[in-house]
Design a protein around this ligand. Structure first.
Ligand code: HEM
Length: 156
């Protein structure tokens, strides 16, 4: 069957979107750490709040949407393949690594939502979490990304 874009192009675009998404998820908590340690109302706080907001709007939002869009396209077109089969046969044919990866990407998406909520609180002048918390949080997406990439490439 002919598809809108080829498997290899879709994989490439998926990986590009994923790179942008994960970079944003790694940077955003760093900005939050700077905001948390800055003087309230000072120049650093204002600059970092603006940088964090721009990162959410320009990088994080679009790249998450594109990573999901190309991921779903790959799934629907190339992983499950023939949709004329009964639903239970289609489901049974989905490889196990995909379900594990889905849990991880749902986790990353939840973490993304958490960052958005926390960003709005910081913009209101609330600082509910410590600088140390945000420094630790900036490592988490990388660990999840390692697992997601190896699941997709090794297909265990
Ligand atoms: C956002 C939801 C996501 C969905 C629905 C999704 C789904 C998929 C699907 C169906 C494939 C094709 C696999 C194949 O053809 O064997 C794929 C490829 C891939 N995905 Fe994702 N993915 C998502 C997010 C991610 C994330 C967050 C990462 C990395 C951090 C990632 C890394 C990769 C890589 C490296 C490949 C290429 C694997 C290969 O060509 O062997 N994906 N993804």
């Amino acid at each position: 069957m002919e598809h809108l874009i080829s498997y290899d192009l879709a994989r490439g675009l998926h990986i590009i979107a994923v790179i942008a998404w994960i970079s944003g998820l790694l940077m955003q908590p760093r900005f939050y750490a700077y905001i948390t340690s800055s003087t309230p109302g000072g120049e650093l706080e204002q600059t970092m709040l603006k940088a964090a907001k721009n990162l959410r709007l320009i990088i994080l939002g679009p790249s998450m949407v594109l990573a999901w869009a190309f991921g779903i396209f790959l799934f629907v077109t190339y992983v499950t393949g023939d949709w004329s089969r009964p639903p239970d046969v289609i489901l049974a044919g989905v490889p196990h690594w995909f379900w594990a990866k889905l849990i991880l990407v749902l986790g990353l998406s939840g973490y993304h939502g958490f960052l958005i909520v926390e960003g709005r609180r910081l913009a209101k002048g609330e600082r509910p979490r410590s600088e140390r918390f945000w420094r630790l949080m900036s490592e988490v997406p990388f660990l999840v990304a390692i697992a997601a990439v190896l699941l997709a490439t090794l297909e265990p």
